[in-house]
Design a protein around this ligand. Structure first.
Ligand code: SAH
Length: 373
């Protein structure tokens, strides 16, 4: 066998990304450098609380320590970001990843509240037929630090004296199909000592229904939302084929019933209302029966269209009738306002449209609020 010649001038090792280290890995890293353990927390605080982009900004490390870190590491924050501003104040952040892919996060103001919707995958593992992200396929899972970086990127651009009220993992992707990274990201987001310091009860994870993993969510301390979207098995098979094949409606509801809900918390069920498909009176009545005995509330989401989608948004009175039936049966039911539709920033509208620049049926008021961040 021919022997491979040695590579001339092997390229220097890629610098280590500090943001890619979780708490444990940061401790091991400082230990390898022979530094005292508390240096790990110092560095992490700079990353998640100081939101620094350069090692040079870590001013409580000595000059020599900064020089050493600078030599071996980078901070690892994303470099590219575009912001699209919708008329209702919703902002969609398009964040460039290391490998050239883009991830989307949506900041939704509502009165004095500010909710940030985060993505967990580029594209999605699943194929829900009413969701634009679902039509993209899965490009790849996000790493934990790429999930956290969405929060840091948005926090950098908040007006002074404003803070995020809540985080929802409801953007691109299925969080439970990337649970290790999601759990790691949540640990960093909720750590009050050195992390971002957002309480777990202000975070909601939404799943299309990977029933076998629900118990693992319980351990994370966050709220759980389940996208039910159908009132019977046949509908769900049609609307959410992949997840329903793995976990049919009955199995999913059994898992919800068995979910170890902490006191005073309840599950949220999301239900996308698709005109003439799952928005009729019998659907509402079946839904009431399905949810009997589960401590929960329901969020109704009138369908947000995207170019080429086969579904219609129901009329407002149909949405209200659906809500009334549930409420009269004693189920707390809310109608989700569709925010940011003009920048394709509403539920189910995240993803790439190859023909975004060609005329399409949705008026796109794409207003780049900032070009490159
Ligand atoms: N995969 C996760 C999170 C992403 S989808 C999940 O399924 O829960 C977030 C929410 O948006 C889900 O409740 C989903 O049912 C809803 N959704 C998807 N496409 C939509 C659309 N076009 N209009 C309205 N809601 C949509």
């Amino acid at each position: 066998m021919p022997v491979q010649p040695p590579t001339p001038n092997p390229s220097p090792r890629e610098p280590l990304s500090l943001l890619a280290l979780n708490g444990r890995a940061a401790e091991q890293f400082v230990q390898r450098l022979g530094w005292p353990p508390y240096r790990a927390q110092q560095i992490l605080r700079w990353l998640y609380q100081g939101r620094v982009r350069e090692v040079a900004q870590m001013t409580d490390l000595s000059k020599a320590e900064r020089a050493l870190l600078n030599d071996r590491t980078t901070v690892g924050r994303s470099r590219h970001c575009r912001v699209l501003q919708a008329e209702d104040g919703t902002r969609k952040f398009l964040i460039g990843l290391e490998d050239g892919l883009t991830v989307e996060a949506v900041l939704i103001p509502d009165g004095s509240r500010l909710t940030l919707c985060l993505s967990t995958q580029v594209g999605c593992t699943l194929d829900c037929t009413f969701c634009l992200t679902g039509t993209m396929g899965l490009k790849r899972n996000l790493k934990a630090h790429e999930i956290v970086d969405q929060v840091l990127t948005v926090q950098d651009r908040l007006e002074p004296n404003t803070t995020l009220s809540s985080l929802v993992l409801m953007g691109m992707g299925e969080p439970l199909a990337n649970l290790d990274a999601v759990a790691d990201a949540i640990a960093r987001l909720t750590n009050h000592r050195w992390g971002v310091g957002i309480s777990a009860h202000r975070i909601t994870l939404s799943t299309a229904g990977l029933a076998s993993r629900l118990n693992e969510v319980a351990g994370l301390g966050v709220n759980l939302a389940i996208s039910l979207n159908a009132s019977n098995q046949e509908q769900r098979a049609h609307l959410m084929p992949a997840v329903n094949r793995l976990h049919p409606l009955r199995t999913l509801l059994e898992a919800c019933r068995a979910y170890p809900l902490p006191p005073r918390r309840r599950l949220t069920f999301e239900y996308v209302l698709l005109g003439g498909v799952n928005d009729q009176e019998p659907d509402a009545k079946r839904l009431v029966k399905l949810l009997a005995g589960i401590r929960c509330k329901v969020n109704l989401i009138p369908f947000n269209p995207f170019p080429g989608s086969p579904y219609q948004r129901p009329a407002d009175r149909t949405v209200l009738r659906f809500q009334t039936i549930l409420k009269q049966a004693g189920v707390d039911t809310f109608i989700r306002k569709s925010k940011g539709r003009d920048v394709l920033g509403a539920c189910g509208q995240l993803g790439h449209l190859p023909d975004l620049i060609t005329p399409d049926p949705i008026p796109l008021a794409l207003t780049p609020a900032e070009a490159g961040c």
